[in-house]
Ligand binder design. Structure first.
Ligand code: SF4
Ligand code: SF4
Length: 350
């Protein structure tokens, strides 16, 4: 019989679990009650009904290592793209082995937790030894020849001790004792069109935040510096310049779409004082101003104020007199892609 676990490893996953095709009635009820983010709506709470031909669900784990500094992007996002492609490889390996399989649109965390594999945490993530919550899950439904080598069910374990640290650093979504309000998670705010103005001001990084994982004492402390190619590809000004293809290769086409990545890059550039973004923001206002009007107004005004302040500061140091108006500052900024305020040098955060 084909060793599906070996195929999952060959595809790039660290480990995998083969579960029966059970219905998840509680999960479905909660989903229908609106407890989960709308991203859960297309998932099959009853995989038996959705995949009547299948006799197993293979859930595969791709662990990742957090970055020491996740203020640009969390390492989860490149990892989730890797996981997506690893599952694509696995599906073609299964096909070559003569096994009918499809990507499983099922609630993986619920499946693993209810089978005793992994444990639910207050931050809504699944904890799995030895990776903690640093894992990307992908799943496939399979039609395997009997008998199916299901992973043995495990004794459920309580890992979260409700210490409250994740709740302390969260923006209001984590309520404690497994309760969660997805409407107050950063991920939800950042999906706004436009992003709500107050959320723009405290937007922590591109795509979302992972503070609730970084602070969790149960997670391994194995962070690594952000790789240079990730820093360069997702640099907000690089995104404004139009590196959508490179970004898509790194984090996946869906996340790299303009409504998400470009919209957020506009805001992050401003929050980071990236005055070198101003020429690109002004150009974007001409070409796509309506679509991104909220974010562009926010970013341009913030950066123009910052530029003016820096130029004023520079003039004061030189002993110049007279006030600068924002028009002349903008004209100077537009005249060069890299904005530095003469000798003083406006910090462009490199
Ligand atoms: S930080 Fe504390 S409360 Fe939050 S998930 Fe970790 S152990 Fe649970
Ligand atoms: S991702 Fe951020 S906002 Fe969402 S639950 Fe975790 S800490 Fe809270």
């Amino acid at each position: 019989m084909t060793d599906v676990f070996a195929l999952a490893k060959e595809a790039g996953f660290r480990e995998s679990f083969l579960l029966p095709v059970n219905p998840y009635t509680d999960w479905t009820r909660h989903r229908n009650d609106g407890v989960f983010h709308p991203n859960a709506n297309p998932l099959a709470g009853d995989p038996q009904e959705a995949y009547p031909w299948a006799n197993a669900v293979l859930i595969c784990v791709l662990p990742y290592t957090p970055y020491t500094d996740e203020t640009l992007v969390a390492s989860y996002y490149p990892a989730s793209n890797q996981g997506y492609h690893a599952m694509k490889r696995l599906l073609s390996l299964l096909k070559e082995a003569g096994i009918h399989a499809e990507r499983a649109e099922t609630p993986y965390r619920e499946q693993l937790a209810s089978y005793g594999i992994g444990s639910r945490m207050d931050n809504q993530l699944l904890y799995l030894e030895p990776y903690g919550t640093y894992l990307n899950l992908q799943g496939a439904v399979l039609a395997l020849p009997e008998p199916v080598p299901y992973t043995p069910r495990r004794e459920p374990q309580e890992v979260c001790d409700h210490c409250g640290l994740c709740k302390t650093v969260c923006f209001g979504a984590i309520l404690g004792d497994y309760a969660f309000d997805w409407t107050r998670c950063v991920h939800t705010y950042l999906e706004g069109d436009p992003i709500p103005e107050d959320a723009m001001a405290w937007m922590p990084s591109l795509l979302g935040c992972m503070r609730c994982q970084a602070v969790c004492p149960k997670n391994p402390k194995n962070a690594v510096p952000i790789p240079e190619h990730v820093r360069e590809t997702l640099d907000p000004v690089a995104i404004l310049k139009g590196n959508r293809r490179e970004a898509g290769d790194l984090i996946g086409k869906n996340l790299a779409g303009p409504n998400r990545l470009l919209r957020q890059a506009i805001v992050l550039a401003a929050n980071r004082g990236r005055t070198d973004a101003l020429p690109y923001l002004l150009k974007l206002r001409e070409t796509d101003g309506e679509r991104f009007s909220g974010e562009l107004d926010y970013a341009i005004s913030l950066l123009q104020n910052e530029s003016n302040a820096a130029i004023m500061n520079c003039r004061t140091k030189r002993g110049d007199s007279g006030a600068l108006n924002s028009q002349s500052a903008t004209a100077r900024l537009n005249s060069r892609p890299e904005v530095n305020c003469c000798e003083v040098g406006l910090n462009t955060e490199r």
